[in-house]
Design a protein around this ligand. Structure first.
Ligand SMILES: NC(=O)c1ccc[n+]([C@@H]2O[C@H](COP(=O)([O-])OP(=O)(O)OC[C@H]3O[C@@H](n4cnc5c(N)ncnc54)[C@H](OP(=O)(O)O)[C@@H]3O)[C@@H](O)[C@H]2O)c1
Length: 274
């Protein structure tokens, strides 16, 4: 049975992905900051299938925990076939109202933590001659959204790093791919590191917050498209770089993604791969 390690399983996509990959026949290590507070669905699964489903602690910003969880996966199950970097944090707030420390938190969580997990997983997957890494990005990786500069920048960087890594690693049988969701109802807004707008930004914040609130209110709560995108990315014999889900709310996205595709082909040609 293939072994999957998923981050950020305490709610939202992570919880849904953990359930779906067990259902698909994976052994799953579902990680989160506080496993004691895991959702009831995952606690029940851990009790029912202790050989196939494990809850484990991981704060993706903690270097020791990152190393420990990869070692744990290999020791416990003997392989690591799939890593899903799903954990992430959002934030709304003007650039001026956002301290640098918050940019750093955002990048540690959405970029550096996930990339270090990739760094730790790659030797295992290279030795196996196979493996898949899915980085959960966002439409925000491509669309530049005011009051979300840090979030967009972190996801843009993750998207770009993923595209480059996928070219580097594919000759080892390892693929590094993006799952790129549009808006869905999860706990993201409640856990978001929002900043109060100072007086100069009150007007623009009121305008954009109303737009975002409207979009979030209309967002679907059925997470199946994201789960299906991740299942396809994990199992397609000839995968594509970006698996989108629920992006139809952003009609300008498909032509942008189409325009980005040739860059991947150029990278492949530079390495002499097709
Ligand atoms: N929902 C959307 O509309 C949407 C759209 C595009 C992309 N995304 C992306 O999808 C991913 C999952 O988000 P979601 O929508 O499912 O939101 P969510 O319900 O808030 O889930 C985010 C998860 O990330 C975890 N997390 C945050 N910081 C962490 C850290 N330092 N270490 C470990 N885990 C941490 C949270 O854990 P705690 O409970 O400990 O905070 C939570 O389990 C994120 O990367 C997000 O950016 C979401």
């Amino acid at each position: 049975m293939p072994v999957a390690l998923i981050t950020g399983c305490s709610s939202g996509f992570g919880e849904a992905l953990a359930l779906a990959f067990v259902e698909r026949g994976y052994r799953v290590i579902a990680t989160m900051r506080k496993p004691a507070a895991a959702p009831p669905s995952l606690k029940a699964l851990a009790a029912a299938k202790p050989d196939d489903f494990v809850l484990a602690a991981l704060d993706v910003t903690d270097a020791e925990m990152r190393k420990g969880i990869i070692d744990f996966a290999v020791q416990r199950f003997g392989s690591l076939d799939l890593l899903i970097n799903n954990a992430g944090v959002g934030a709304r707030g003007s650039f001026e109202d956002t301290p640098e420390s918050q940019w750093r938190t955002m990048f540690e969580t959405n970029l550096f933590g996930p990339l270090d997990l990739v760094r730790l997983a790659l030797p295992v997957m290279r030795r196996q001659g196979a493996g898949r890494i899915l980085n959960v990005t966002s439409v925000a990786a491509v669309l530049k959204t005011p009051l979300m500069a840090a979030y967009c920048a972190s996801k843009h960087a993750l998207d770009t790093a993923t595209a480059a890594l996928d070219i580097e690693t594919r000759s080892f049988g390892v693929r590094v791919l993006c799952v790129m969701p549009g808006p869905f109802k999860t706990s993201l807004p409640q856990k978001s590191l929002d900043r109060q707008a100072s007086a100069p930004y009150a007007r623009i914040a009121a305008h954009f917050n109303a737009t975002f609130d409207g979009m979030e209110a209309k967002a679907p709560s059925d997470l199946t498209p994201v789960v299906n995108a991740a299942l396809a990315a994990a199992t397609d014999a000839d995968p594509v770089l970006r698996y989108t889900a629920g992006t139809d709310v952003v009609p300008i996205l498909p032509p942008i993604l189409q325009a980005l595709a040739p860059l991947q082909a150029i990278g492949l040609r530079l390495t002499g791969q097709d």
